[in-house]
Design a protein around this ligand. Structure first.
Ligand code: UDP
Ligand code: MN
Length: 297
């Protein structure tokens, strides 16, 4: 019986001790009022976290959608993920696509695999984006629950440019939208029409979360995507669509079901916005695209 205890101890490790009177960052918020950490460079020790997560043998699923012309982004996405995403851990890439033949053939590192999931496409790009919630929900029950512990759900028109590791993992996490992390509440582009299920009153809201980066345990992602999809369907029945599609419903969910961890914009950046002083690392950046040429095709 006592043998079991061995698993709950970490190995001896050497590192500088945390200083109770000296926070590693004083220029950014590192903790929400509900005690969810906000992940910034300098705020964590990856060796401690890796030791903890390795002990649990966790498996991570990274989901992306490559519908219609967006298949062009898959190769760079996976190749850069091989270099930077969850290095040393077990990873399944789940690529949802309507064009299976256009999937690249990439040799992956041991312990990592590419799973191509064939799904229908939708005509409008807004609907392609929104339907991700339904498909992640359905595959969570069908497949993800049996294959991985955590899901990370992101946009595909992106590349990894620096490490993204287990520091992001938690029961349910969201990401600060790079365009609004310094903005006051009234500038958040939440859905403001009361007729929509995604409505958020002007005097509420913590952060503006990005639609292109969320995750958590499979169970929590199932709950999140179920909520977003069913609220979208309610709106559809009433002939209304929230202003920023899936992102608006995600923001509604996180207002009343607070994330247990929040990723700083280091984890989702667009170089069109320059590089502010608080941004010590850019880990995952938007690949420039011609919106008109690539959407609705
Ligand atoms: N998407 C897709 N095909 C499309 C439109 C969107 O596969 O025709 C997926 C893709 O994963 C993309 C995500 O939906 O990253 C969100 O759309 P987009 O990146 O165009 O939104 P933006 O980041 O520009 O707001
Ligand atoms: Mn995108």
């Amino acid at each position: 019986q006592l043998e079991l205890l061995k698993d709950v101890f970490l190995e001896r490790m050497l590192y500088e001790k945390p200083d109770t009177l000296k926070p590693p960052r004083t220029d950014v918020l590192m903790m929400t009022p509900w005690f969810a950490p906000i992940v910034w460079d300098g705020s964590y020790n990856i060796d401690i976290l890796n030791a903890q997560f390795h002990q649990r043998h966790i498996r991570i699923g990274l989901t992306v959608f490559a519908i219609k012309k967006y298949t062009v982004f898959v190769k760079t996405f996976i190749e850069t993920a091989e270099k930077f995403f969850m290095v040393g851990h077990k990873v399944n890439y789940y690529v949802f696509t309507d064009r299976v033949k256009e999937m690249p053939n990439i040799t992956l590192v041991d312990g990592r695999q590419l799973v191509v999931l064939e799904v229908p496409s939708y005509k409008r790009w807004q609907e392609v984006s929104m339907r991700r919630m339904e498909m992640i929900r359905d595959h969570s029950l069908k497949r993800f629950i049996n294959e991985v512990d955590y899901l990370v759900c992101v946009d595909v028109d992106m590349r990894f440019t620096d490490e993204v590791g287990v520091e992001i993992l938690s029961d349910v996490f969201g990401t600060l939208h790079p365009g609004y992390f310094r903005a006051p509440r009234e500038r958040f582009t939440y859905e403001r029409r009361k007729a929509s299920a995604a409505y958020i009153p002007p005097d509420e809201g913590d952060f503006y979360y990005a639609g292109g980066y969320f995750g958590g345990t499979v169970e929590e992602v199932y709950m999140l995507t179920s909520f977003c999809h069913s609220e979208m369907m309610t709106d559809k029945g009433n002939n209304i669509e929230a202003i920023w599609h899936d992102e608006s419903y995600l923001n509604k969910y996180f207002l009343y079901h607070k994330p247990t961890k929040i990723l700083s914009p280091e984890y989702l950046w667009d170089n069109n916005m320059g590089v502010p002083e608080v941004l010590k690392r850019r880990r995952f950046i938007a690949v420039p695209k011609n919106h008109n040429a690539i959407r609705n095709r």
